[in-house]
Design a protein around this ligand. Structure first.
Ligand code: NAG
Ligand code: NAG
Ligand code: NAG
Ligand code: NAG
Ligand code: NAG
Length: 705
């Protein structure tokens, strides 16, 4: 029996070898295969992704909104009369054959797929600009898809390139959806489709998709002849398969698509056609009852203009993006693992924001940034989300720290928030930034007071703008006083990691209070607060109130000697060069981490088996404090985040929360190492820039503003 089995095994192996020799090589994924590829990721409502595990089957793969809703977005090429699916045709057939995927490549701003069919090579380049110093460009709610077609030397095949979208892009699904579409030839070469839901309320969402505003799809002829069609998806694609054109402008019903096709004629060499996909809201957010428009509205009043602008801007936006991509790819602290993490984090972090101006005045001096706490709860401008996100802003555009804080500071300064500590967020659900005049918001008093003081100082250090704080001095003093009076032995409350629950006397909060006080003292030159911060630090570390008696680690809870946690707040002290704590404190904590690492990383704290990737990189960066310089611990954290990012078990936009071991979690339920926990597409992946931020602010685009 045993020998029969082994003969079978040999046979099976031989068949396998034969098969793999004759089949086409597997696609390559550079630099890594991520959990999900950003396709069009520009703001909370233009956020299209492709799960990594579908990339090898791109011709039949379907794009998704960050919250999993399927989006019709296809690309089909017709070569000498035979149609090939390049992307987004779930059921290829003889009529539309799948092309072969060669490779997928990920940079900070581009996701690029190479395919081939019938001796013709195709590149699908999904490009979402990240251009924070150019407010118009950054706020444009548009992304690009460029289809590059190259024929081999032999012959000049006749080629048409087709692409369509549907009304899922405006959150409309099923037969009851009501929407109107528009089509316009804006100039001789440029055509624009738009689609808008009917009977839906301004600022309303369905499963986080915007129900107001329009999806826009446009493209421009370039050595090609453009045609367009609207109708039921199978009919429109069949028309393309037969004739190379998408047919007529029919009515839009359930199951319809808006389609373009470029006839490239007999192709010699390479031709590119660029499509622009957008989601355009006239009113972007509601700030304290007043509508605000996207900053781009200072340039463009409607989406036709927006599309023209985006197409005109393509080459310079692309050129600029290549510089950013190169910079990120070269940011290989320790190893390329770190730059891979940054590459996947860049579009995601900037894609959680809208840059806005007042609808009434369109005054571009009144620019404000709004941030959506995507996926965890949808809150607007959450203070303890701006904090973990801040490192990417510090590195690429420190002025955004002010732009994101300003809506909160000016609300708090108005006196409408009734408490003497900092508010958690500006609204329970994006895009409503209506404040909490009733005083009811998630309560994290120490966390948010410390965050605000540290962030204002971070902004000042990064930009040299020493005036900003003076406007809010009274307000900031109130919060410093709050920390002074309540920060060393915090009452039972939440920390930023609210999922871990309430606890009294959290050492991490006391550390944050110490750093916040010192930051405020230093920036306002007030001995009282510097001394208070140092006194807290001295009590926690030297007097061992926040450590175990042997001083091997900071505790999670003061006095609970066996407790411990990832003390990410120490990073702020390092970044801001405050020296609230002595070097030996960072060294102690850094040396401790390897002893509590589990299978797939260091948990957030001793209570459970999950970790946060942003805090892991904060801890990695604190390990590089001057005089500590522990590259081993740095690399441990970086590699654990990288292993999570590339483990093939997760198919959602970069999650910042995952299990670091297999076994019973804090509630006794069985968990598997490397699986993510709920969170996805969140702004806090900006915190992965924490290590890079140690090299200074505004590293790429320079001080232009
Ligand atoms: C065409 O697209 C390819 C792939 O994105 C790119 O490498 C090339 O530079 C483009 N050519 C032009 C002229 O833009
Ligand atoms: C924002 O507020 C408006 C007006 O109250 C409401 O209709 C809308 O549903 C809210 N949006 C969200 C996403 O909660
Ligand atoms: C087509 O696009 C290329 C760049 O992709 C550009 O150099 C060329 O001028 C364009 N040609 C036409 C006819 O617009
Ligand atoms: C926090 O610690 C202080 C000092 O040990 C103690 O007096 C206080 O009761 C603790 N607070 C809580 C809520 O346990
Ligand atoms: C990069 O991270 C992977 C885990 O994803 C790890 O196996 C590898 O050793 C790391 N590379 C370096 C050079 O540290």
């Amino acid at each position: 029996m045993a020998s029969f089995n082994s003969q079978l095994l040999v046979l099976a192996f031989a068949v396998l070898v034969l098969f793999s020799n004759t089949s086409i090589a597997k696609p390559t994924f550079t630099p890594v295969l991520p959990p999900s590829y950003p396709l069009a990721v520009r703001n909370p409502y233009l956020s299209a992704w492709l799960p990594g595990n579908q990339a090898a089957n791109l011709p039949s793969a379907v794009a998704q909104f960050w919250n999993d809703q399927k989006l019709t977005w296809s690309v089909i090429a017709r070569i000498d009369g035979q149609a090939y699916s390049l992307f987004g045709v779930p059921r290829p057939s003889d009529r539309i054959k799948p092309a072969t995927v060669i490779s997928a490549d990920l940079t900070a701003t581009h996701t690029t797929f190479k395919l081939t069919a019938k001796d013709v090579d195709f590149v699908l380049d999904f490009f979402s600009p990240v251009s924070p110093h150019d407010y118009v460009r950054q706020s444009m709610p548009y992304s690009y898809l460029t289809v590059s077609t190259s024929s081999a030397a032999s012959g000049s095949p006749s080629i048409q390139v087709y692409s369509d979208i549907d009304n899922a892009w405006i959150g409309q699904f099923g037969t009851s959806a009501q929407n109107t579409y528009g089509w316009e030839a804006v100039d001789r070469l440029t055509q624009v489709f738009s689609i808008t839901p009917e009977g839906t309320a301004k600022f309303s969402e369905d499963r986080d998709m915007a129900l107001w505003g329009s999806a826009v799809y446009c493209t421009r002829e370039n050595a090609s002849k453009l045609s367009r069609g609207v109708g039921i998806v199978d009919n429109v694609r069949e028309s393309f398969v037969r004739n190379g054109t998408p047919g007529d402008l029919g009515t839009f019903k359930a199951g319809s698509v808006l389609a373009f096709s470029h006839d490239l004629g007999s192709l010699e060499g390479t031709e590119n056609v660029t499509f622009v996909i957008g989601h355009v809201r006239d009113e972007a957010v509601n700030y304290l009852g007043k509508d605000r428009y996207g900053y781009f509205r200072s340039e463009c009043k409607d989406f036709n203009c927006g599309c023209m602008h985006a197409l005109d801007d393509f080459h310079s936006a692309d050129q600029e993006s290549r510089g950013l991509d190169d910079f990120i790819a070269a940011s290989d602290v320790g190893s390329a693992n770190y730059s891979n993490i940054l590459a996947l984090s860049t579009r995601q972090a900037f894609g959680t924001m809208d840059l806005t101006i007042p609808a009434e005045t369109l005054d571009t001096k009144e620019v404000l940034a709004f941030v959506k706490e995507i996926s965890s709860n949808g809150n607007t401008n959450t203070m303890d989300v701006i904090m973990p996100m801040a490192p990417i802003l510090y590195v690429l555009a420190p002025d955004y720290i002010r732009l994101a804080l300003q809506p909160v500071l000016s609300y708090l300064n108005s006196g409408s928030w009734p408490h003497d500590y900092t508010i958690h967020d500006m609204g329970s659900h994006y895009p409503n930034a209506t404040g909490h005049n009733d005083g009811k918001a998630e309560e994290m008093p120490i966390e948010e007071c410390g965050n605000l003081l540290a962030l204002v100082y971070m902004y000042e250090l990064a930009t040299g703008d020493t005036e900003y704080k003076t406007k809010y001095l009274d307000l900031l003093t109130t919060y410093a006083e709050y920390l002074l009076n309540h920060g060393l032995y915090p009452a039972e409350q939440l920390s930023t990691d609210d999922g871990a629950g309430l606890a009294p006397n959290q050492t991490g909060l006391a550390i944050k209070a110490a750093i916040g006080l010192n930051a405020f003292g230093v920036m306002t030159n007030q001995r009282k607060y510097i001394d208070a911060g140092k006194h807290f630090a001295d009590t926690l570390y030297s007097k061992r109130v926040g450590t175990d008696p042997e001083r091997s680690h900071f505790t999670l809870i003061e006095g609970e000697h066996d407790s411990w946690s990832t003390q990410f707040n120490l990073y702020l002290d390092v970044l801001l060069k405050l020296n609230t704590f002595p070097t030996s404190a960072y060294k102690m904590q850094t040396d401790f981490y390897p002893s509590v690492r589990r299978d797939a990383g260091v948990p957030l704290d001793n209570r459970d088996l999950w970790a946060k990737t942003d805090w892991m990189i904060f801890a990695a960066a604190a390990a590089m404090a001057p005089g500590v310089d522990n590259e081993g611990v740095r690399d441990m954290f970086v590699n654990d985040v990288h292993a999570f990012m590339t483990n093939g078990k997760v198919g959602v936009p970069f999650s910042d929360k995952f299990w670091v071991d297999t076994g019973a979690d804090g509630k006794g339920a069985r968990q598997e190492a490397g699986l993510h926990i709920g969170y996805k597409a969140r702004p806090v992946v900006g915190g992965h820039f924490a290590l890079l931020a140690l090299e200074g602010p505004d590293q790429v685009f320079g001080k232009k503003g």
